[in-house]
Design a protein around this ligand. Sequence first.
Ligand code: GDP
Ligand code: K
Ligand code: MG
Length: 304
Amino acid sequence: MSEFKFGFVALLGPPNSGKSTLMNHYLGQKVAIVSPKPQTTRNRISGILSDDESQIVFLDTPGIHRMRGKMNRFLLETAWDALSSSDIIVVLFDAAFFASKPHLMEQELAPLVKPVNGSGRPVYVAVNKIDKVKDKAMLLPVMEKAQAMWPDAEFFPISARKGDGADVLLDKIKAALPEGAPMFPDDQISTVPMRFMAAEVIREKLFMSLQQELPYSTAVEIEFWNEDPEKNLVNIGAIIYTTKSNHKGMIIGKGGQNLKKIGIKARTEIEEMLEQKVMLELWVKVREGWTEDVGFLRSIGLGE
Ligand code: GDP
Ligand code: K
Ligand code: MG
């Protein structure tokens, strides 16, 4: 009989490399929001995967790339923080993108090379989105470059979306986990509080409802969360913040139609998540300059 294993696994990579998709795939349900837009994952979201022999806490992170501004600084800190509190590092990148643009690889992935190589932890590189690479020979230069960047790593061609190759990577992770007792009950799926997950669901529906011109300058704050155990109901109020009044109009939509749609979709998903009836009230408020306001960033869970 081997000992129980427990550990933290940091998922690091550029925006849109598929970190949240891979974590959700392993957990068999959506814990982190997934979207084709970068910067969907802002905070460090964890997902807990338990079985009879091990418990893994995945640390999903915002994408790592060169960015400016306070919010972006917080996003980067969140990612480095995950690296330093992890036992194992999984680096992801979009192989389909680099298969067609291999000359961009060194530059785009540069921020991930030194910190990862110097981490002293086992490094697994997930060469993701192989389902999108029709001509597999296109992967060879990509693999070669990646091997030169992370010489001590092991490489796993995967499709996080379809699940191809994901089991092989998971077995590897499990084998490399340190011995230790589980830190969480085996039915707990995330270390993130439910109210935060609810705010994330609202943010996802908001993203989905708006066109490409949507500013990334939106945030969701849960204003109240009132449980009514007798009716098995929770009454949730949330504020959507944006930086400009014309954005407010876009979010609300003609006759309030867009906001209503966001509300219905978010409520349905939060009900599934909580296994409880939900009443959801949404407001939209303009708050200029919030992406540079440290106090506000903290209040929505970004930064220290
Ligand atoms: P993150 O920013 O790294 O967390 O990336 P997401 O998980 O949010 O994924 C970004 C986009 O890539 C989403 O539209 C995903 O559906 C898509 N995606 C992720 N993994 C794969 C994959 O293996 N294959 C394909 N075709 N798309 C993927
Ligand atoms: K994304
Ligand atoms: Mg993400």
